[in-house]
Design a protein around this ligand. Structure first.
Ligand code: FAD
Length: 445
């Protein structure tokens, strides 16, 4: 069961400890070409030696980054509680780019001091050729991740390839490192590499076993109702004793066992009130193939949830004196959960929700919002429309006007389409809100 969100001071302390651990690992890894140099280094002098040593260092760094990539994407709960899954995945994407460069520079710098650039095609040189396969594997994985959208690749197929390909790359990396260089033949470097490979194997097994763990906590679909234009509310009922504990605003990965919809796993905000332990609710807008089939779900079918994840919750900032929520369209779901929870806890802190929609017809659970506005005395709800007659886009002037009564110390939470979130962040900073107090939830991982 998930515990309460960590206090920001504790999160900072744990983040610092994790970062120190990571820096220690990196310094141990990159010290290997100096502390345990191979015989090839003895015949190189001057720039040749610098080049060979830098090449080896970058190779080892790439191997370590590859294993860290697995860890970042493994949805380990303790890491999520400290950093938030969205930040971990953002770092995963950034490190992917770094890996692209370090792995590419590794053979370049190792071979630069050599007179020839080719390795004779003989069986004894298999570790070098495995290195070429590894490099091509790393590049294609990173480039596909970067350009999958522009190439029009189906998310599920690309993701499956990514998930199956990465462990294979780690195996190739282990075999390459253990056999290509004398440095890993014995002593500390060999133990270091073997322990890191064993840790990666454990993480991988843990990830592969996740579906089994989740399957044991199935929920019954008990409600499938239209919530607005192209939007469906899916209600779930939990079995007593197996309720999911989550903070309002968090999300989970859901997989339905249904005749009308495939078993793909998709992330959705838990829009329900966490205080109501027996009931869960998702509000799902049709944007693609899978979400368009959601109305085909029928009561009595089951859902498995992996979660909760994320730090997009007002409970993560207990010291905040005031909150500003800005929602665009279906991005209102985390705020709905937070407001429902605030109603139960009789929240007294001033809260402003600015909710922008294209038209009234796409507003989700408009009646419930009206009710929350009545029952939550500390809530100020501002509805704005972009395509209604007289409607306006949420621009700087409008936001300045709407946020005029709010303290610049307020914690701001923004969730909506990517373009809108970028604009909102810029405007909020210009209006005097602290960058550190602006939290965003992207509806894409
Ligand atoms: C943290 C989070 C919370 C979300 N909460 C909600 C919500 O409350 N309500 C809602 O309507 N939508 C929510 N979404 C968006 C929702 O996950 C996508 O709209 C849905 O997965 C699209 O699936 P599709 O196959 O119909 O569309 P597609 O057209 O196939 O996909 C559209 C985009 O959604 C993303 N996506 C698709 N499949 C997956 C997947 N299996 N895993 C991860 N991302 C995927 C990709 O970025 C893709 O480009 C949330 C997303 C995230 C990350």
């Amino acid at each position: 069961m998930q515990k309460d969100p960590l206090h920001p001071a504790k999160r900072r302390l744990w983040a610092l400890l994790f970062m120190l651990g990571f820096c220690l690992l990196v310094s141990l890894a990159v010290s290997i070409p100096v502390s345990h140099q191979s015989s090839s280094m003895l015949y190189k002098f001057g720039w040749d030696r610098v080049s060979l040593r830098s090449g080896k260092t970058l190779g080892i760094l790439s191997g370590l980054l590859l294993m860290v990539q697995l860890l970042l994407a493994s949805r380990i709960k303790v890491l999520d509680r400290v950093f938030g899954l969205d930040k971990l995945l953002k770092t995963h994407r950034g490190l992917g780019l770094t890996l692209l460069v370090t792995a590419g520079l590794h053979p370049l710098l190792v071979f630069l001091p050599e007179s020839g650039w080719t390795v004779p095609f003989r069986l004894e040189h298999w570790p070098e050729y495995l290195g070429v396969v590894l490099l091509l594997g790393i590049w294609s994985t990173a480039l596909l991740a970067l350009f999958s959208k522009s190439l029009g690749l189906c998310f599920e197929k690309w993701w499956l390839a990514h998930r199956l390909g990465t462990p294979l790359l780690i195996v190739f990396m282990g075999l390459h490192a253990l056999n290509v260089s004398e440095s890993f033949a014995k002593g500390f470097p060999r133990s270091f590499l073997l322990s890191a490979l064993a840790a990666s194997a454990l993480v991988w097994i843990w990830i592969r076993l996740r579906p089994l763990r989740i399957r044991s906590q199935a929920y019954n679909v008990d409600r499938v109702d239209p919530a607005a234009d192209r939007t469906t509310t899916v209600g779930l009922e939990s079995t007593p004793g197996r309720d999911l504990a989550y903070a309002p605003g968090q999300f989970g990965f859901v997989r339905f066992r249904s005749r009308g919809i495939s078993r793909e796993e998709h992330p959705f905000t838990l829009a329900s009130n966490p205080a109501d332990k027996q009931r869960l609710e998702f509000i799902i807008r049709a944007v693609g193939d899978w979400t368009s089939r959601i109305p085909k779900l029928t009561p009595g079918e089951t859902a498995c949830i992996d979660g909760p994840y994320g730090l997009f919750s007002y409970l993560c900032y207990p010291d905040a004196a005031e909150f500003v929520f800005i929602a665009g369209g279906v991005g209102v779901t985390p705020f709905l959960s937070m407001l429902r929870h605030m109603e139960t806890t009789r929240e007294k802190r001033a809260t402003t929700l600015i909710w922008s929609n294209r038209t009234r017809s796409v507003m989700i659970l408009g009646r419930e919002m009206d009710r929350l506005e009545q029952t939550l005395p500390a809530l100020r709800l501002e509805r704005t429309f972009t395509r209604e007659p007289g409607g306006r886009k949420l621009d700087r002037r409008l936001l300045e006007q709407l946020l005029e009564p709010c303290s610049r110390e307020a914690r701001c939470f923004v969730c909506g389409p990517p373009g809108m979130m970028k604009d909102m962040r810029k405007i909020l900073v210009r209006l005097g809100f602290s960058r550190r107090h602006i939290h965003q939830e992207r509806f894409a991982l």
